[in-house]
Write a protein that binds this ligand. Structure first.
Ligand code: ADP
Length: 612
């Protein structure tokens, strides 16, 4: 069976066909021969019974007249049956009346059989009674040889064998032709499959030759090959793209490295999880450490202990949120000296927004930091000086004003016209000096003050300002309107200071018509933008930046009194909170002052950093 399993289908089909045909024909032959033997015996029995009856009937007269000659003649008719071996006619007493035996056969009759019989015992023996008018007068016995049966069987067997051979030949011829209908498509299929597996050429196709199951199989195989060919093509294209992308990425990486190495800054890259995987040479040169010592989180050992925790915390926060990180911290140089650096890092993302890496730089800002510190100290000293000077000057200047007014009241009758005019100059000068000193004091205070301001309702701050300016508003018949104003994170005193200066200016620099002032606020990105609009004389755009400087005025004192400090105070306050102030205006068309206030968290942070 194992051998059969492994032989080619072509031969298998041949073996199956031949075996099936052979077995079927053999069975048919056996059937035919067996049936023939059976039917032959039956017809022989029928035939001999009829013959023996006929002979028995013809022998009655010979028995009655005891005429052996006539009986022998009757029996001699049996010569026509070559297979009849012998026949005997017995009288009623069992003696033999006549007998017949075939040529070359022993003659003589055996003892008269008692019973009528029909026996197959090698030969066929038929025993029949001879009856006259219902009375048994004798017995007829016939022996028939059965050689006819093997003869017939031989004849039939030979015939069947011949038929078997011819049928096998025809079956072989037919099956040879017909098995091609099955074996050829299968061989084709095998050839195609072998060729594909050897050459990996998926364009090969098997030939469909019929619409039966094999045709379906070939079609399915071809479709499968077409699918594989398509996928193979796509896969190759994807592979090509990927290789190109990899080459491009490698080239980009090389470019980046080259750029990073040629920059004076210290550059690093880190994995999305924060482990640093690249430092440019500047880092090693500066820290005196090797890349192996610096990689991952090894760089921590080069940070000043006082800056380490806050820096690690910001780095951790950025890794969690993906926000950029920027901090000033001290890095230890190879000689052990710590120098201030500005370190920044940004996340690089892929098309789907996933962080692929962090790129960071550190710039040495040590000199700048030292200069800033010097400047801060000088500024503080200067502010302190301005504050003390303004403060100390208040007293003598107030004295000048007060005493010049007392002199004017008490001794005006002693003075001539010139004296009175000079005294007027003195009083006015004292008053202006006092205002100047007050403004200067306000300016020096604008940069300092409370920090960590709670949220203030801008509408309340504006109302407070309007009540302070109520008299000036009433006198100028001004109309002040405002929209809904938000809550912002700014000191109420500072916001009032800004409102007061801007509204006061709007009242002061009025045109022909009564002033119309409108205050509003709108969200711009993440900040609030306030505006104070008036219908006054307006400002030449040429001066729109200059007017925010200290003592910068566009008008002479005679017409509009002032010190040129109000807008400088506004700018200082707004910038203290990280905001910006500017004006949009044209001469004769009124002016709109804008200032921004950053959102609460940034404002708080700005306030913190402003106060150190
Ligand atoms: P002061 O008002 O005391 O002169 P400010 O700093 O408040 O000083 O203003 C600077 C200058 O800007 C003013 O002298 C004035 O010329 C101009 N200015 C300010 N506000 C307005 C305004 N609303 N309309 C026209 N000009 C203005």
């Amino acid at each position: 069976m194992g051998y059969f399993r492994d032989i080619p289908i072509r031969r298998k089909l041949m073996v199956i066909t031949m075996m099936t045909t052979g077995v079927a024909l053999l069975l048919a032959a056996f059937g035919i021969v067996a049936f023939d033997a059976y039917f032959f015996r039956r017809s022989l029995k029928r035939d001999l019974t009829a013959l023996s009856r006929m002979i028995a009937d013809n022998s009655t007269a010979a028995i009655v007249f005891n005429d052996p000659r006539s009986a022998t003649e009757t029996l001699s008719a049996l010569r026509a049956r070559p297979h009849l071996l012998s026949a005997c006619i017995y009288r009623a007493d069992g003696t033999t009346l006549a007998d017949y035996s075939r040529e070359n056969s022993p003659s003589g009759c055996p003892t008269a059989p008692r019973d009528d019989d029909f026996r197959f015992t090698g030969n066929l023996t038929v025993v029949n009674p001879i009856v006259l008018k219902g009375e048994r007068i004798g017995t007829l016995s016939m022996v028939y040889d059965l050689e006819e049966i093997p003869e017939r069987m031989l004849l039939y067997g030979g015939t069947v064998l011949g038929v078997l051979l011819i049928a096998s030949l025809i079956a072989f011829q037919l099956s040879s032709r017909m098995r091609a209908a099955i074996a050829t498509p299968i061989s084709d299929l095998v050839r195609a499959a072998t060729s594909v597996s050897q050459t990996n050429d998926y364009s090969v196709r098997a030939q469909k030759q019929s619409n039966d199951e094999l045709g379906v199989l070939v079609e399915g195989f071809n479709e499968m090959l077409a699918g594989i060919q398509r996928r193979d093509r796509d896969l190759r294209a994807a592979l090509r793209d990927r290789e190109a992308a990899l080459r491009e990425a490698e080239a980009a990486r090389e470019r980046f490295r080259f750029m990073a190495e040629s920059m004076p800054q210290k550059i690093f890259t880190a994995k999305p999880t924060g482990e640093v995987d690249y430092f440019n040479q500047q880092w090693m040169d500066y820290t005196g450490l090797t890349f192996e010592q610096m990689r991952d989180f090894g760089w921590r050992r080069s940070i000043h202990p006082d800056d380490l925790d806050s820096n690690l915390e910001s780095w951790r926060h950025s890794i969690e949120t993906g926000e950029p990180v920027s901090s000033e911290l001290r890095w230890r140089r190879a000689d052990g000296v710590y120098r201030w650096h500005l370190s920044r890092a940004c996340a690089m993302r892929d098309g789907s927004g996933e962080i692929t890496m962090w790129i960071g730089s550190s710039t040495d800002i040590h000199e700048q930091k030292e200069k800033e510190e010097e400047l801060r100290r000088a500024n503080e000293d200067l502010q302190q000086f301005a504050y003390s000077a303004s403060h100390d000057l208040q007293e003598p200047i107030r004295n000048v004003s007060v005493y010049s007014e007392i002199v004017a009241k008490r001794y005006r009758h002693l003075m001539d016209a010139d004296g009175l005019q000079f005294l007027g100059f003195l009083t006015e000068g004292g008053r202006r000096l006092a205002t100047l000193i007050d403004d200067l004091l306000a300016y020096t205070r604008a940069g300092v003050g409370e920090s960590g301001e709670p949220a203030v309702d801008a509408a309340s701050a504006l109302q407070e300002t309007l009540s302070t300016l109520a008299e000036a508003i009433r006198q100028s018949q001004a109309r002040v309107t405002y929209d809904t104003l938000p809550e912002i994170c700014m000191s109420a005193a500072h916001l009032q200071q800004v409102f007061q200066n801007l509204i006061n200016n709007a009242l002061k620099y009025r045109g022909e018509n009564p002033p119309e002032i409108h205050v509003s606020a709108m969200k711009q990105g993440s900040t609030w933008r306030f505006s104070v609009r008036d219908n006054g004389i307006g400002i030449d755009p040429e001066y729109k930046e200059k007017i925010f400087g200290v003592f910068k005025r566009l008008h002479r004192n005679q017409k509009y009194s002032g010190t040129g400090i109000g807008l400088a105070i506004c700018q200082r306050v707004v910038e203290r909170y990280g905001g910006r102030i500017w004006v949009e205006s044209a001469v004769g068309e009124g002016a709109t002052f804008y200032f921004t206030v950053p959102p609460v968290p940034k404002t708080a942070a700005a306030a913190e950093s402003a106060t150190g």
